[in-house]
Design a protein around this ligand. Structure first.
Ligand code: ADP
Ligand code: MG
Length: 341
């Protein structure tokens, strides 16, 4: 296997312990469980991905069904494509009138704006027009024109999303502007799932919404996919206890043209796909929503500008750079292992 040709070296720097590995490319996160325990798994589609719930003990099937219901409810509110969703209606009425939205939508939008400010606009839910342009580009493997890119770039702006908590409305100031919760919705959904599972007194569970993972109860392994391999093949794993583990990867959903990779995480400042030197970002912390937003933002910001944000929030990270290096933050030392397990 390609990734087995690696060079191992440990460096020590200010916040990071650095492990260098050469030869990675494709990446994902998955988890494994102790099969000796009574275990129930439910898999269902939402948020454009495959979602998995693994529950241990208790009345698992009915609890999993309740959780699924709640997740599909959130999917229907946050979907960029479904005409009835809050997000679709906000986008449709951009530049026209405020739209009445659900409390969940208001909450996630307001948190998204806060993460937008914290990442100096690198995480920007108002960059939906550029996101859509590049999603289409990736689908057809064709680079959009400079004019189209500039047009979409000019349509983003955190200050243009007006939330009115009292009236329970959201409004985009300018026509053509689009919000897209694709970079944060799964995180909120995973946090909601964890909250529900605790309410149902589930002692041990593993939630995996397309690479947005929450582990509940006891130590669990979360695999980190080899970016060079197909989904599901891990290159490394971490052992965590009651943590959220969230991955954003620029290697996902993309194409190569003349030596450059084009993908679905957009640098809102340029209107082009992020080109920060990071192939993927895995964050480990307490809130999946926080990690989801920051992982996407750090794909854009890059390591140097991203690390201080993580340090401030006591978030640990596994960063894979374009040239195949893997770096882990100090807090993961002893809990990060190379190989498949
Ligand atoms: P994934 O959905 O692949 O697991 P992310 O959490 O990084 O990974 O989300 C990527 C999605 O977020 C894109 O498909 C798009 O909908 C949206 N997006 C892309 N760039 C940005 C950005 N700079 N800020 C906020 N959202 C973004
Ligand atoms: Mg994200």
């Amino acid at each position: 296997m390609l990734f087995m040709e690696f060079l191992f070296q440990t460096l020590y720097c200010f916040y990071l312990n650095v492990i260098i590995i050469i030869g990675f490319y494709q990446y994902f996160a998955y988890s494994q469980s102790d099969m000796r325990e009574k275990v129930f798994q439910k898999i269902f589609p939402a948020f454009g991905t495959v979602n998995s719930l693994i529950l241990y003990g208790g009345d698992c099937p009915s609890i999993a069904e309740q959780v699924k219901k709640r997740i599909l409810e959130l999917h229907r509110l946050f979907s960029f494509f479904e005409p009835e969703s809050d997000i679709f209606r906000i986008n449709k009425q951009a530049g026209r009138e405020p739209v009445f939205v659900h409390r969940d939508t208001l909450y996630v939008l307001s948190r998204a704006l806060a993460f937008g400010r914290e990442t100096q606009g690198a995480f920007d839910v108002t960059a939906g027009a550029a996101g859509r342009l590049w999603r289409d580009a990736v689908r057809s493997a064709q680079i959009p024109s400079e004019r189209e890119i500039a047009g979409c770039r000019s349509l983003s702006g955190l200050g243009d999303l007006i939330l009115d908590e009292a009236a329970e409305t959201a409004f985009l100031r300018r026509r053509g502007q689009q919000v897209d919760l694709g970079g944060i919705a799964k995180g909120y959904a995973a946090d909601e799932t964890a909250r529900l599972l605790k309410e149902y007194k589930v002692n041990k569970a593993l939630v995996n919404f397309g690479g947005t993972v929450i582990t509940i109860g006891g130590e669990q392994k979360v695999g980190i996919q080899n970016p060079y391999q197909k989904n599901g093949e891990s290159a490394a794993y971490i052992v965590v206890e009651n943590k959220a583990v969230v991955t954003s990867g620029t290697y996902e959903r993309g194409f190569f043209f003349e030596g450059r990779r084009y993908h679905h995480i957009i640098d809102p400042r340029t209107g082009w796909p992020a080109d920060s030197g990071l192939l993927s970002v895995t964050l480990v912390g307490g809130s999946a929503m926080e990690l989801d937003a920051l992982a996407t933002g750090i794909c854009v910001l890059g390591e140097k500008r991203g690390l201080p944000l993580l340090e401030k929030r006591r978030i640990e990270a596994v960063l894979i750079s374009d040239d195949g290096e893997i770096r882990i933050t100090r807090g993961l030392q002893g809990n990060f292992f190379m190989g498949i397990k």
